[in-house]
Structure formats: structure tokens, C-alpha cells
Design a protein around this ligand. Sequence first.
Ligand code: 5GP
Length: 209
Amino acid sequence: MKLNERGLLVVISGPSGVGKGTVRRALFEMPNHDLVYSVSMTTRPPRVGEREGVDYYFVDKETFIKRIDEHKFLEWAEFVGNYYGTPRDKVEEQLDLGKEVVLEIEVEGALQVRKEMKDAVFIFLVPPGKQALYDRLKNRGTEDQALIDKRMKKAEKEFLLAHKYDYIVVNDEVHNAADRIMAIIRAEHAKTERTIHNYLKMIGENYHE
Ligand code: 5GP
């Protein structure tokens, strides 16, 4: 039984190549959850195997900028030459339905969400070391060397922003990392400040100091 009706907004960030996508997929494969993934919009071209509306909504720059002007994004950012943004309406809709909405976004965007959504939970996923990050970027083979170098430079900056998050999770192994994130989500759900109102209603009491 859930004591809070509105869903939880869960923001997961971490340097490019840390394995956010893989951990998120492992998280979604776990039983008994109410998670939904917020599919972002981007101007980046699709990678091999990426699907429209599943991995991203792929749009051109003009469309993206029009949406910024129309305030259609909860947050957006430019990342290594491309735009990325979270469609606002879908997030609100799912939260109202009581779903846990997972955003997988970079740091700048996460900080924008922090300002706007006070009760969101912020998780920073980190690699077990810088070399591990480099190796993952190299091994996934989706970027050329120049882009890998750019993403590593960006990662160096992002590492230093970990203190802005509520939780730091090490992605030493995908299922371990997913387990830790699920534990955080469940604990956040039970937090008194989120549940007290409905709890008291359930037992027919009013709040007393
Ligand atoms: P990639 O090109 O590797 O898919 O994503 C590059 C970076 O952009 C990753 O750190 C990813 O988490 C982030 N990203 C994906 N979607 C969004 C979004 O909607 N907003 C922001 N701010 N970052 C995003």
C-alpha cells in the first residue's frame, strides 16, 4: 500500500559513458515497481539501434528551439554540440498518475529541475574510477576519438558537481547499481514528509505537534 498518491520524480545523472542507460534498463527489469522512463528530445542523430520515441524523440534544431520558446521543456541543455530536453507535459501527467518518473539527464539540466521540483530525488551515478569511464566510452564504439576526448573533458567537470545530488551510487556492477537505486526510491517513498498526511487520514487523526 502506498501512502503518497503523487509519484516521485527521480533524476539520474552521471558522466557520459558511466552506464546510465544500462543501469536504468536493469532497474526497469526489476519486479514490483511503478517506474516510467521520461523519453527526452534531442537534436543528436540516432545511434545504430536507437529507436524513435523509445530512446529519444529525434528532432532538428529548429523544432527544438521552437519548443524552448514555447516552454515545453521541464529542463534542457546543450551537451557536446547537441540539445537535449525533457518534455514537461508527460512528466506532470505521469506524476499525477502516481508513477515514479525517471529522468536520465546531464548535470546542468538536473540543476534546473532541482530549482523547479523541490521534492524530486537526485542520484549521481559514478564509475569506479576515471580509467573505467574512459574504457567504457572507448569500448562502446559509438563515438570517434575526438568525441570521446570531448566527453571525457566534460566528465571531469561533471565529477565535481556530485555534491549537488542527494545520493551517489557507484556503478561497479550493473545489477548492484540498479539495486541501490531501487533501495533509494523505496526509502524516499516512505519518507515521513511524503507520507504523514495520508497516514493520518488513514487512521482518522489530525496532526498534533
Ligand atoms: P547521449 O548522447 O550519450 O545519449 O547523452 C548525452 C548526455 O545527455 C547524457 O549525459 C544524457 O544523460 C544527457 N541527456 C539525455 N537526455 C537529456 C535531457 O532531456 N536533458 C538533459 N539535460 N540531458 C539529457
